[in-house]
Ligand binder design. Structure first.
Ligand SMILES: [Zn+2]
Length: 423
């Protein structure tokens, strides 16, 4: 086995072992505290709900273990069985090495891999979520969502891929910079048009009806100098009882969205605090910082692909050979690097996730502090967080290593402590 193949294999296996180990650690931790409601939560959550949250956590973890194992086996099989070079050879013989054919190859591999993940997605929705009373989706809605997702990928993703490949032939050695610029531009455009064009394909958005809540939230937006055209309610209950709030678009196109499930679960002051928290993310420039990181990530990714495409050891590690007429100066010479990078990048990002998540948790604390300062009290925020933990059956006592690695948000106790601390 070539040395780099061994390195890749070790990275994939150590990721899977770490995932399983963290999951086991967390399951043990949760079970060890399952005899009764922990003292910190007395008066916050009742015995029955607490027990259900333990069961939900364990069931989700077990399912996650199986899904992770499957992903690892699939990835190893795809990378090391020789199926990719074989399929690439067959594809180029049948359809040629034109830009559209090469983009088609990448697209087909992507679709094939996502089809293999469908049974897991189906099980998660209709068995796991169903069992704990969260699923409200019908098979029809679920299947339609997948169809729409596929059509969007075909209409937007496929031409984008083709354009990236075209840039290789148009711009030569600096193609990766142009490609990164193109992809970033595309992402920004998507951010702009998604609220108007893409999200309505999946959900219904209705303006928050006139009344005390609407007045209260618009007053908050005004007070915090967060101009918004509209506050809308999304029919999240069409798929799930989980709840959320967010804002999308930017500039004049910004729009605040509340899940109908959230509006039903929280009181007016609680909703105001949640919205103040979301505005906090904007005011503290978190959105801009995240955008900056994602832009840097895209540039680094394309630089890596361009570099890897010129390394023979990289291609050989996964059974590819440079073909006559398909050197790395041509699109068909770079397609294997694009494909391999796409398959391996998740393994690299996995090892960065503790870093990314600790960064994200700092943002959450800042947004909480902003909300507290804006509404002038911490109580409604704490109450909202408690209610959401309860309704979503959140794991109240994750193992610290587990939450440190995976959690983009601090736990309820941590946020409560931070909010009180400020008082
Ligand atoms: Zn947040």
């Amino acid at each position: 086995m070539p040395p780099f193949a061994i390195i890749a294999l070790v990275l994939i296996l150590s990721r899977t072992i770490t995932e399983l180990w963290l999951s086991r650690l967390n399951q043990h931790h949760v079970r060890a505290h399952s005899n009764g409601v922990p003292i910190a939560f007395h008066g916050i959550i009742d015995e029955v709900t607490y027990r259900r949250s333990v069961d939900y956590t364990v069931a989700k973890s077990r399912f996650g273990d199986i899904a992770n194992l499957f992903d690892a086996v699939l990835l190893i099989a795809v990378l090391f069985s020789g199926v990719l070079p074989w399929a690439f050879g067959r594809f180029s013989t049948s359809f040629g090495t034109s830009i559209w054919a090469m983009a088609g190859f990448l697209f087909v591999v992507g679709v094939a891999l996502s089809i293999l993940g469908l049974p897991f997605a189906w099980y998660a929705q209709f068995k796991l979520e169903e069992r704990f009373g969260f699923n409200t989706s019908t098979t029809r809605t679920w299947a339609l969502d997948r169809m729409k997702g596929f059509l969007l990928a075909l209409l937007l993703g496929y031409p984008l891929l083709a354009l990236v490949l075209k840039l290789i032939e148009w711009t030569g050695a600096t193609w990766w910079l142009w490609a990164a610029a193109l992809v970033i531009g595309f992402q920004l455009l998507l951010l702009l048009i998604a609220p108007a064009i893409i999200m309505p394909l999946f959900n219904k958005f209705t303006p928050l009806p006139d009344g005390a809540l609407r007045e209260r939230l618009f007053a908050l937006a005004q007070r915090t100098n967060f101009p918004t055209r509209s506050i809308e309610v999304m029919d999240g209950s069409k798929r799930s009882r989980h709840s959320n709030a967010f804002f999308t678009g930017f500039g004049r196109f910004r729009k605040i969205v509340l899940f109908d499930t959230l509006v039903a679960q929280l009181t007016e002051p609680e909703l105001e605090s949640v919205l103040a928290h979301e505005i906090g993310h904007y005011k503290k420039r978190h959105v801009l910082k995240l955008l900056g990181v994602s832009i840097a990530g895209v540039v680094a990714g394309f630089a890596a692909i361009a570099w890897l495409a010129r390394q023979q050891w990289f291609y050989r590690a996964f059974g590819f050979e440079y073909q006559a007429g398909c050197l790395p100066s041509r699109a068909c010479g770079i397609v294997p690097a694009l494909l391999l990078f796409g398959l391996l990048v998740g393994t690299i990002i996995f090892w960065l996730s503790p870093l990314i998540n600790s960064w994200s948790r700092r943002f959450e604390y800042e947004a909480d502090a902003f909300a507290r300062a804006t509404v002038g009290e911490a109580q409604s925020m704490v109450h909202a967080l408690r209610k959401l933990s309860e309704k979503n059956l959140s794991n109240l006592i994750p193992h610290p290593l587990y939450s440190g690695f995976y959690y983009s948000h601090p736990t309820l106790l941590e946020r409560q402590r931070a909010l009180r601390y400020l008082a």
